[in-house]
Design a binder for this molecule. Structure first.
Ligand code: FRU
Length: 512
C-alpha cells in the first residue's frame, strides 16, 4: 500500500504541482483507484474533471490519449489537455498535463498528427514533429458577447509528445465570424498530398485543406440539412475505411436518448467534398454515455484497424454524477467495421482484442428456461459472451438483469412492444442527481432472428453492450451501492429461451 501511494504521489506531483499536497492527503486512506464508483478497466484521470478524448495518435509503440482536462476542480473549467500513454489501449500511464491555456484562450478539443515529411518545418526530416491542432476558446471575448472567440492553433513536440511548444504565429485558422467553430480533426490525404481538416461549425462540418498545417483553405461544407439538428455539432472525424469514408459528428443536445450522442455518415470523399450514401441519421452508440469519440491517427498500415474511443458520459449530467475525486471515464477502445445491411453500409464497433488480456477465470453458460441464472455471486468485472436463443418460434421479449445484494438492478433486453433494444438504470443505484439520467434508453431494432449475440462488458459502474457483433451498441453508466455480481436472463413469454456462452472475470487495469 505504501508503495502504491508513493507511486501516485510522484505521478500526481508531475501532473499538477499546485495540488500535490492536497491530493496526497486525499488518497492516503484509499487503496490506489479503489474509491467507490471508480471504474476498474476504463481510463479515468487520477483526480479532477475530464471530458473529450483529444489528440489520439499512435507513435513509436505508444497510443497517446490526450483529453479535455481541468486540473483544479471536478466540474468543467479552463480547459487543458491532460495526457496518458499506453502500449495496448488497455493499461495507461498518466503523464503531466500537455497543453495549458495561454493568452489566446483555453485549449479545447482537437487532434494530433505525425508530420512525417516535416511539412510544417517545426521538426526536422530526421525527427519529424507531432503536431497538435486544437481550438482556442477565449473566455473573456465570449463574456463580452463577441462571436469570434473560437479559432484554431497548433503546437508541436519533438520528444514523443512529452513536451509541447505552441506555434508562434497562432492562430493558424482565425474565426470567420461564426460562434461555434471548433474541434479540428486532421489527417494526411494521400491522393491529394495535403492535410485535410474537419471542423465543427455550429450546425455543419466545414472541410479545410493545407500544405503545411499552418495555412488553411476552405474546401466545402457538409450537413446543413442532414443528420440530427437538435443541438450543436462537435468533434467531427473523417475516416477512410476501404474505398468508403465515414464521417463522425457528435451532437449536443439532440442525441436519440437525450443529450449528447455521436452520429455517423458513410459516403465518399474526393479531397474537397463529402457525399453521404443516403439521408438517414445513424448513431455509433445508442446508449447515453458515449460522446465526442474519435479515432487514433497514424495506426500502422500492417495493423489496419480503425481504433476509436469515446468519453463515457453525457453533458446532461456529467458534472453532477456522484464521484468525488474525479469526474468521467472513457469507453474501452473499439474497432470499427463497415457492414452491409439491406444494401446500406452501417458502422459496427467492437472492443479491441487487446482487452482479452484482462480475462481471468471463466464460467460456461448453457441453460434454458424462462428464468436463467447466468451468474450468482460471481465476478464484479465481467466480459460476457452470450448467445440468447429462442426455444420457440422466434426470439421475443427478454431481459437481462445485472444486480447486487442491495437490490440495485440494471435491466436491458429486447422489447417486442417497442421493437427496441433497451437499457434501464432507474433502479441501478444512485440516480437522484439528475432527472435526465433516468428512463428507458431505446434503440429501435428489427429482431427477425431466433437468436441474438450479446457481448457485455461490465465494470463496477458501466456497461457496454455489443449486439450481433457490434451492429448495435449501447453504453451506459450507473452508480450502485456495491458492484453487481449477479446476472439473470428472464422472459415474460411462455417459451423458454436458452443462453449459451462464456463469462470471463476481468482483471482491473490499475492494481495489476
Ligand atoms: C464537446 C466539447 C467540444 C469542446 C470541448 C470543450 O464535449 O463541447 O466541442 O471543444 O467539449 O471542453
Amino acid at each position: 500500500m505504501k508503495k502504491i501511494v508513493l507511486g501516485l504521489f510522484i505521478i500526481t506531483a508531475a501532473c499538477s504541482q499546485k495540488k500535490e499536497e492536497q491530493i496526497v492527503v486525499e488518497v492516503e486512506n484509499v487503496s490506489y483507484y479503489g474509491e467507490q464508483h471508480r471504474l476498474q478497466f476504463h481510463f479515468s484521470p487520477e483526480a479532477h474533471w475530464m471530458n473529450d478524448p483529444n489528440g489520439m495518435v499512435y507513435y513509436e509503440g505508444e497510443y497517446h490519449l490526450f483529453y479535455q482536462y481541468y486540473p483544479d476542480s471536478t466540474v468543467w473549467g479552463p480547459m487543458h489537455w491532460g495526457h496518458a500513454v499506453s502500449t495496448d489501449m488497455v493499461s495507461w500511464e498518466h503523464l503531466p498535463v500537455a497543453l495549458y491555456p495561454d493568452d489566446l484562450g483555453y485549449i479545447f478539443s482537437g487532434s494530433v498528427v505525425v508530420d512525417k515529411n516535416n511539412t510544417s518545418g517545426l521538426g526536422t526530416a530526421e525527427n519529424p514533429p507531432l503536431i497538435a491542432i486544437y481550438t482556442y476558446h477565449h473566455p473573456e471575448m465570449a463574456e463580452q458577447g463577441k462571436i469570434d472567440y473560437q479559432y484554431q492553433g497548433i503546437a508541436y513536440s519533438t520528444d514523443k509528445g512529452r513536451t509541447w511548444a505552441k506555434y508562434e504565429n497562432n492562430p493558424v485558422l482565425p474565426n470567420p465570424g461564426i460562434k461555434d467553430f471548433r474541434d479540428p480533426k486532421v489527417f494526411w490525404y494521400e491522393e491529394g498530398q495535403k492535410w485535410v481538416m474537419s471542423l465543427a461549425v455550429l450546425d455543419h462540418i466545414t472541410f479545410y485543406s493545407s500544405p503545411d498545417l499552418k495555412s488553411w483553405t476552405k474546401e466545402s461544407d457538409f450537413g446543413f440539412e442532414l443528420g440530427g439538428h437538435g443541438g450543436v455539432w462537435e468533434c467531427p472525424d473523417l475516416i477512410k475505411m476501404g474505398d468508403k469514408w465515414v464521417l463522425l459528428v457528435s451532437i449536443n443536445p439532440g442525441g436519440p436518448n437525450g443529450g449528447s450522442a455521436t452520429q455517423y455518415f458513410v459516403g465518399d470523399f474526393d479531397g474537397k467534398s463529402f457525399t453521404p450514401q443516403d439521408e438517414e441519421t445513424r448513431w455509433i452508440d445508442m446508449g447515453r454515455d458515449n460522446y465526442a469519440g474519435v479515432t487514433w491517427s497514424n495506426v500502422p498500415e500492417e495493423d489496419g484497424r480503425v481504433l476509436f474511443l469515446g468519453w463515457m458520459s453525457n453533458w446532461n449530467y456529467a458534472q453532477v454524477v456522484p464521484t468525488e475525486k474525479w469526474r468521467s471515464a472513457m469507453t474501452v477502445a473499439r474497432t470499427f467495421e463497415l457492414k452491409t445491411m439491406e444494401g446500406k453500409h452501417i458502422l459496427a464497433s467492437y472492443p479491441v482484442k487487446e482487452l482479452e488480456q484482462l480475462r481471468g477465470e471463466s464460467m460456461t453458460v448453457n441453460a434454458s428456461g424462462t428464468t436463467v441464472d447466468l451468474m450468482k455471486g460471481g465476478y464484479q468485472l465481467a466480459d460476457m459472451n452470450l448467445t440468447v436463443i429462442s426455444e420457440g418460434e422466434a426470439l421475443g421479449q427478454f431481459e437481462l438483469l445485472l444486480f447486487n445484494n442491495d437490490a440495485d438492478t440494471l435491466r436491458f433486453g429486447y422489447s417486442e412492444e417497442s421493437q427496441s433494444f433497451y437499457i434501464n438504470r432507474d433502479a441501478a443505484g444512485n440516480n437522484e442527481f439528475s432527472e435526465e439520467f433516468n428512463g428507458d434508453q431505446l434503440a429501435p431494432f428489427d429482431l427477425n432472428s431466433k437468436e441474438m449475440s450479446l457481448r457485455v462488458l461490465m465494470d463496477v459502474g458501466s456497461v457496454e453492450i455489443f449486439v450481433n457483433g457490434g451492429e448495435l451498441v449501447m453504453t451506459s453508466l450507473y452508480f450502485p451501492s456495491s458492484p453487481f455480481t449477479n446476472a439473470q436472463l428472464v422472459t415474460k413469454n411462455p417459451q423458454p429461451i436458452k443462453a449459451e456462452g462464456t463469462i470471463y472475470k476481468l482483471k482491473g487495469i490499475w492494481n495489476r
